[in-house]
Design a protein around this ligand. Sequence first.
Ligand code: FES
Ligand code: FES
Length: 171
Amino acid sequence: MHFTINGAQCDADIDVRTSLLDLLREHLGLTGSKKGCDHGQCGACTILVNGRRINACLTLAVMHQDDEIVTIEGLGAIGDLHPMQAAFVRHDGYQCGYCTPGQICSAVGMLDEVARGWPSHASADLARPIFNDDEISERMSGNLCRCSAYPNIVDAIREAHAASIESEQAA
Ligand code: FES
Ligand code: FES
């Protein structure tokens, strides 16, 4: 199998039953993506595949031949954080941190969905969804936080969204 993971080419010889999450964690040592439930219920394993957020525990690695995969390790680095990572730090959007990689990957994918104009269950106008805290809560509802850091997570995402709009307008 061949993948692009965090910008690097990667070949792996794996059992066809291997989940994408186990490929990352157990075979490649990318342990930033967390295994919370292994059943698609907590969002701790959220990563980006071809720019879309998915639960890595719910998909088999063999389904991702030649896909572009980005995990929390590929979003930013110490000293060069992704704007979403920096916003989580600024707003203290975590306590134990176990859910945080999934929260951040999910938030990055979610803002891309917003930029594309995709509505959510909370959107009053499906043609023109308005981005607000209700939208953030609904769109991030697949990512659970046992420490209940939700208010600060919402603050961080709101700020990252505002910053991305500002930089788009400045460009
Ligand atoms: S570990 Fe994948 S959703 Fe919980
Ligand atoms: S920060 Fe502990 S589970 Fe979210």
